[in-house]
Design a protein. Structure first.
Length: 128
């Protein structure tokens, strides 16, 4: 299965403190990746998005990649679905019918210091 990360926003605080609360190494790695992506966005703005789409980079490697949505569900960036960019995807559902983009957008609408959560979803494996 492809696994995607939805960049919501960076959470204030030191990364090691935040990461110590996660039991699984893979989870800590993914959280750190999203935090690094948020920091890069703060540093470079929209120029960071070009780096996120570079295949083979730490942002787009193996089954992992970043995608970005506005709070209303409009797709800003998706390396595997460029035709979604600019479209409202708030009704996009996973394999079980879960409205994943809408759920993530809800996380992004929480107060800045609390905007951190997981949205678990199932997505079909890309067939070559």
């Amino acid at each position: 299965m492809w696994q995607g990360l939805i960049l919501v926003r960076s959470i204030p605080g030191s990364a090691p403190d935040k990461l110590s609360g996660y039991a699984y190494e893979d989870t800590r790695r993914l959280v750190a990746l999203v935090e690094q992506a948020a920091a890069l966005m703060e540093q470079k703005g929209e120029d960071a998005v070009r780096e996120f789409g570079r295949k083979g980079s730490k942002w787009f490697s193996g089954p992992y990649y970043l995608f970005i949505y506005e709070p209303d569900g409009t797709c800003v960036f998706h390396p595997l679905q460029p035709d979604w960019i600019g479209k409202n995807m708030s009704e996009l559902r996973d394999m079980n019918g879960k409205p994943m983009v809408r759920l993530v957008a809800q996380v992004g609408k929480t107060p800045e210091n609390d905007a951190s959560d997981w949205v678990f979803y199932l997505w079909p494996t890309k067939r070559n």
